[in-house]
Design a protein around this ligand. Structure first.
Ligand SMILES: [Zn+2]
Length: 494
């Protein structure tokens, strides 16, 4: 049975915006232990799209524990979140516990303490760059801070069986870089895509216990950059066994390799290169023309996921093109850098642009401390707020307001900007914890607003007008913030 259905499509100037539903079981194995049975049967597994997956590293949400996660996305109602997102776990960040997990035998959800969440098993952590030159006919190279680990299709299938995810991404030979790869390299990657996909489908068919596992094929953007004709042919072949394919991962649209070619050739063995991996930057300008080319070859009935850190205005552009799923890697990345999502400009205008977006009320947030009323009505910060602000800025030294005047998350109820600014100034671990709580709440809020707007608009024109308005609100403020930062930098230089 298909896990995804499109509820509504509106064709606008920029593309087809969709409202959909993705249904995911908590575990594909069908084996649910007694203790979990009750909770699982009560779980709402129908996810409205556009949506996002919760990004994890080594099976945990960066900066927060599973208990804190329950504060943001409780698996029981009432909840301040609109929906509890499924969890995305990448193979490369879990190489060290893969063998233990096989012995454990109860799946990765239980192993990492997230058994209440459906798991999407992906191949790479979207926050780190990959290295070139190590994929071969035996399989691909996985990268982690412990170095390189080769992965064959057979090992991948064994891992998928041990992880017991609800959905998993099909392996892909990602090592095609239009700047340095030749056509032979491209052909190899295309051939391997077919091989990996048919291999996992065959293995699925011979193991009935994996029957419910949904597969997301991987489509590499670089194939289309290099040869659209050949890329289209391969993608159509990958989709031939459509009944097994539940969705598409659009890979390589955000940065995946180091920018300088010299760096690509470094670390020939990859071994012993433990320590810091090179992080990707938040993607500011995704190649929309390239995305459109790829989307044209894909059937509308499949959900499309773009991995990697993207700002909210960029996500809006991609939703407008028909992309359904993202991940929260941007929130993790921003918390590292003391950056906060602010939707205040949008929240302030929401009553005039939507009749049905639920206003967050304190009754939904029982058990959390009430925000003091004088904090709620801070002097207007109109001039200084952006869609993203950095709490490292000295101006927050004595700002005793919450991160956001509208947000009802734990951080916004309990803490001031001033305190969080100090936590970062003194490198306290609590700083990123508090910002991550807020950012994940804001991300949920953003997707909830998007779904409501698509649902309530009857014509493409009215939806486009509202999206343009929101995008302008967020963008103007991002620009204002950039100008301000530039001013500060110039002053510091003088
Ligand atoms: Zn908040």
């Amino acid at each position: 049975m298909k896990k995804f259905r499109v509820e509504k499509t509106l064709k606008t100037n920029s593309g087809s915006i969709r409202l959909g539903h993705l249904q995911l079981p908590v575990s594909s194995s069908g084996v649910v232990e007694d203790g979990d049975k009750k909770r699982s049967s009560e779980r709402k597994n129908d996810y409205g799209t556009p949506m996002f997956f919760l990004h994890t590293q080594t099976g945990s949400i960066p900066h927060i524990t599973a208990e804190v996660l329950q504060l943001i996305y409780p698996t029981s109602t009432p909840s301040i979140s609109s929906q509890t997102p499924p969890v995305q776990i990448s193979l490369d960040s879990t190489t060290k516990f893969m063998d233990a997990l096989k012995k454990f035998g109860k799946g990765v959800g239980k192993f990492v303490g997230l058994s209440d969440y459906p798991i999407f098993l992906t191949v790479h952590d979207p926050l780190y760059l990959l290295r070139s030159g190590h994929n071969d006919k035996f399989g691909i190279a996985l990268w982690s801070r412990h170095g390189r680990r080769p992965l064959s299709p057979q090992q991948y299938h064994e891992a998928a069986t041990a992880f017991k995810p609800s959905i998993c991404q099909v392996l892909s030979d990602y090592d095609v870089n239009p700047k340095i790869s030749g056509t032979k390299r491209l052909q190899k990657s295309l051939d391997r895509a077919e091989e990996y996909t048919s291999c996992i489908i065959k293995q699925q068919e011979t193991e009935p216990k994996n029957e419910a596992l949904g597969l997301f094929i991987t489509v590499e953007a670089s194939w289309f950059q290099m040869d659209e004709g050949r890329a289209t042919k391969t993608v159509l072949k990958l989709l031939e066994s459509q009944h097994q394919i539940e969705g598409v991962v659009l890979a390589g649209l955000t940065d995946r390799f180091p920018k300088k070619d010299v760096e690509v050739k470094k670390n020939p063995s990859g071994k012993g290169s433990s320590g810091e991996r090179e992080r990707v930057d938040i993607c500011q300008a995704l190649d929309v023309d390239l995305l459109e080319k790829i989307l044209q070859t894909l059937p509308p009935g499949l959900p499309k996921y773009i991995p990697g850190p993207l700002r909210i205005p960029e996500m809006m552009d991609l939703i407008a093109k028909g992309v359904d799923i993202f991940d929260s890697s941007v929130a993790s990345r921003m918390a590292d850098d003391a950056e906060v999502f602010l939707l205040d400009s949008v929240e302030a205008l929401l009553p005039s642009i939507s009749s049905t977006v639920v206003k967050l009320s304190s009754s939904l947030n029982e058990g959390l401390p009430e925000r003091e009323s004088n904090e709620k009505n801070q002097p207007s910060r109109e001039d200084e707020e952006g869609a993203v602000v950095s709490l490292k800025n000295k101006k927050y030294f004595d700002d005793f307001g919450p991160l956001s005047s509208f947000c009802v998350c734990y951080t916004c109820r309990k803490h001031t900007r001033s305190y969080i600014h100090h936590l970062y100034a003194t490198d306290e671990l609590l700083g990123p914890v508090l910002i991550q709580i807020h950012n994940l709440t804001a991300l949920d809020r953003f997707f909830s607003i998007m779904r409501t707007l698509i649902k309530e608009c009857d014509t493409p024109e009215s939806l486009q007008t509202k999206l343009d308005l929101i995008r302008n609100l967020l963008n103007n403020r991002i620009l204002r913030q950039a100008e301000e930062e530039e001013k500060v930098a110039v002053q510091a230089h003088v």
